[in-house]
Design a binder for this molecule. Structure first.
Ligand code: MF3
Ligand code: CO
Length: 271
């Protein structure tokens, strides 16, 4: 028997609420990007971000989520996700830093992540960041009504394969809406042929968020209970947007930064 579809698409009105929250988050990411320079601490970035969120009449949805102690997850170099910002963690030239943040506005959650280079970075790190971004768009291009959930997973994985990257398996994307984490779970790795996941429908709001490493996909949790690091110490990148499946065509990317490049047309690959 077919598994019941427990993901409820948003109505047009609900989507409007999601759009407003997500647009605000895109603007926050643009602001945070300006702060990323050698010499700033991750604690300062978090404090500025939290202040910005509150000043815009929203609330940070990460803060106190399962006890997470900050508003923005800031992960440097081999830290993959959920790094805890600290006043004495100073960014240096050559670091790469992943900023993952979200907010709640009028009851609607948004969630997005970007990885930035601090000053000049190693070409391999540049390549990692750019290919992680591209893998998001490859995955998002598969988020079409009538398609299947794991088409997204397989498209992300296929896009990363030529680069020989590690794809983190211990964390996934997710649905979003009135809650930060809703059904479904969205893996970033290739799924077995007979597993297709739920059927995608217009109005579903999803967070697609590849977490990619230069070497091994294996990670461990630090003793702080949050920070996820690569086992081999190689750097990792993260790129995430909240998206909405449309009735026709490519999904709407709700959390783009103002002026940020979206689909280029090269995302869908011939099998
Ligand atoms: N951004 C994370 C995600 O995509 C959520 C972080 S929750 C926190 O699922 F508690 F770590 F902040
Ligand atoms: Co997320």
């Amino acid at each position: 028997m077919r598994k019941k579809n427990i993901v409820i698409p948003k109505t047009a009105e609900e989507l409007e609420g999601m759009r407003t929250s997500c647009k605000m988050l895109g603007e926050l990411h643009a602001r945070l990007r300006e702060l990323v320079k050698p010499g700033i601490s991750t604690g300062e970035i978090d404090a500025c971000g939290e202040e910005w969120i509150l000043a815009h009449g929203a609330k940070p949805n990460f803060k106190n989520y399962n006890g997470y102690p900050a508003s923005i997850c800031i992960s440097v170099n081999d830290e993959v996700v959920h790094g805890i910002p600290k006043k004495d963690r100073i960014l240096e030239e050559g670091d790469i830093v992943s900023l993952d943040c979200g907010l709640i506005y009028e009851g609607w959650h948004s969630d997005a992540a970007r990885t930035w280079g601090v000053g000049k970075i190693h070409p391999n790190a540049e390549r990692l960041i750019e290919d992680t971004r591209k893998s998001f768009f490859a995955g998002a291009a598969a988020a079409v009504a009538g398609g299947y959930l794991y088409d997204i997973s397989n498209a992300v994985a296929a896009s990363l394969k030529p680069g020989g990257y590690g794809i983190v398996r211990d964390l996934t994307g997710h649905g979003i809406g009135r809650h930060l984490h809703e059904e479904p779970v969205i893996p970033n790795y290739k799924m077995p042929p007979l597993q297709r996941g739920i059927r995608l429908e217009a109005g579903m709001t999803l967070c697609v968020e590849p977490m990619v490493t230069l070497e091994t996909w294996r990670v461990y949790w630090e003793d702080d209970g949050w920070t996820v690091r690569t086992q081999d110490g190689a750097p990792a990148a993260h790129y995430e947007n909240t998206i909405a499946v449309r009735a026709d065509g490519l999904p709407e990317i709700l959390t783009l930064m103002p002026g940020e490049e979206s689909f280029t047309g090269s995302e869908t690959q011939d099998p």
